[in-house]
Structures are given as C-alpha cells and as structure tokens.
Ligand binder design. Sequence first.
Ligand code: IPM
Ligand code: MG
Length: 365
Amino acid sequence: MGTYRIVALPGDGVGPEVMEAGLRVLQAVERRFGHRFLVEEDLVGGACIDRYGVAIRPETVTRCRGAHAVLLAAVGGPKWDDPKARVRPEQGLLALRKGLGLFANLRPVKVYPFLVSASTLRPEVLEGVDMVVVRELTGGIYFGRPQRQWQSRRGRQAVDTLRYSEHEIRRILKMGFELARARRKRLTSVDKANILESSRLWRAIAMEMAQEYPDVELRHMLVDACAMHLIRRPADFDVIVTENMFGDILTDEAAMLAGSMGMLPSASLGRRRRDGTGLGLYEPVHGSAPDIAGQDVANPLAMILSVALMLRHSLGLPQEAAAVERAVEEVLRAGYRTMDIAHEGSMVVGTQRMGELVAWALEEG
Ligand code: IPM
Ligand code: MG
C-alpha cells in the first residue's frame, strides 16, 4: 500500500472528458488495492495558452518533475492551429518531454480478437498482432539545431537538423533490448542506413550492443520497408526501436492495426531506477479530436490503458496494472463499445459510462 503523487493534465478537446474517465478508474484502483493517489490537476496546451499565454508554465514542469507520474490527455485544436503562431499547444508536450528527460516513448499495439472488425485490414492479417514500438523522444530532427527559415536571394529557405549522439542512441536501444528480453525476444531496429549518416551510427551501435543480448534476435529494417511490413505481416513484430520522427510516423500507422486510435495508450519514460520504475508521462495516442469534444462520445479506453501503463512503469504496481487491463477486456467482451469501435449488436455507451463500467469491473474483479 503506497501513497503516490500524480499530476493530471487534461488539456484540450476531448482531453478533459477522457481524463475524467481515467481518474474514475484510478479511484477504483485506490479502493480495491488500498493505495492513495494524490492527484493534482494543471493546465497544458491550448487551455494553458488561453489562460497564461504559454503552452505550459515552468512551475508546471517543476511540479511534474516532483511527482511519481504525469497523466496527460490531449493537446491542440483548430483554435490554436495558425502555423504562423509563435505559441502552439504542442510546445507544451515537447517541453514536458525534454524538461522531464523522457527519452523513450513506448506504444504498445495489441489487437483484441473481438475488435478485429473495427480495423480496415483483413482479420487474418491481424491475428496475433502484439507489438511495442519504442520511439526515441528527445533527440533527432525534432530538437536538432539549427532549425530556422530565412530569406535568401533565391527565395525562402529552411533547415532542420537531424543529430544523434552515441549516448542518446545507446540508452534508447537499451530500452528496446531489455523490453524485447522480457517479451518474445525479437527486436527490430528501424533506420535509413542506406542514406543517413545518423542511421549508420545507430545501426553500428545496435550491432555492438547485440553482443550483450545474445538471447535477443536483432533485425535491422529500413524505415520504408518497415512501413510496408507493418501492414503486410504485422504479427511478425515484437519490439520495434527507432528514432524520433520515424517513430512518430510508424506509430500512427501501427495504431491503425488496432482499428481505432481510441484504444491505444502510450508511455514516455526517462531514466529508470534499479527496480525498473521511474518518472513517466502517460497519454493516449489519439489527439484532442475537437470535432467530437464535449459530446461524451470519445473513447476513454486509451486513457484508461495509459493509467495501467503508469501503474506498471512508474509506480511499480504490475498487478494493479494487469487488473485494469483485464477490466477493460471484460467490458469489451461483455459487448460495450464507444461509437468509434461499435458494430452491429454492440451496446453503444458514452465516455463517462465506459469509465464507470471499467471501474465497476475492476472493483468486482
Ligand atoms: C505524437 C504527436 C506529437 C509528436 C505532436 C503532437 C507534437 O504526433 O505524440 O506522436 O509529433 O511527437
Ligand atoms: Mg504522432
């Protein structure tokens, strides 16, 4: 039984609704297992811009740094979308990733047998899909300098910089190898080593590190080939490890295997303590979905499953995490669906009702 400090950042669009459902499930964990979760809410994204003129305040980042874990729902929306704007909601997310040293983004993709019909792919392709994409999150072209636009005599020009250090590559590959070791022991390292120097360094380091993990089968795959294989034979993948932007693109693709983004959680992790736990930020893969915001129809399961990841990776409560995941499966198996994953014969429920159902299943289970 423990006491844990958690910062909740509901953000924009459907964020507050799915966060409410997620926190309801967290309270159910509290009651069933006798823990105490001290949840503090704060602002991020457009909500923070409207109130304070910045996407996140420094004191919020400090508060997050002092917590056991951070839950974030979603940021962004058309209101703050002007590409010329100096302040954008996404900056809040990037500031958190960088400010908390969250260099590894884990995105598990699991296809639930009773949800295969929600995917655009054929059921036989989806059978047995169960993978985790480990994406580098604080380096590469997202953060490399110089990054700017300027006026030249031949018109406007722009530059972004893709830079990686050995240290950054090693720590993310380590995360990939260790995760693979704890799963089916297959690691696919994705790069563009036929073109990019940074990828050649990445691949060389992966090959060196493979010596330390003789039990893990390491494959290298070019990112374009990976994009193809992800929809051709997705069940072949166990753990994929890749750099920041490749990971951004591949995780959206991988998300579609599961039918709806509304099902997929993610964990952003920094340095781990010896017991494997450490600060982390947990958020659904989906965005703020402004078109359905405020209607109580958004799927809260990605947020709820993010709570499970938090219990496992930051609080060191694997049984509690598994209980949440089981409760979600139970509710789905009973036939309850939010609109995005509904099919003939399912019982369509709203965001808050789905949260209540999972909370009940958890407390009874
Ligand atoms: C993601 C998102 C973010 C990213 C945006 C919102 C900054 O697409 O988490 O994948 O590009 O990393
Ligand atoms: Mg993305």
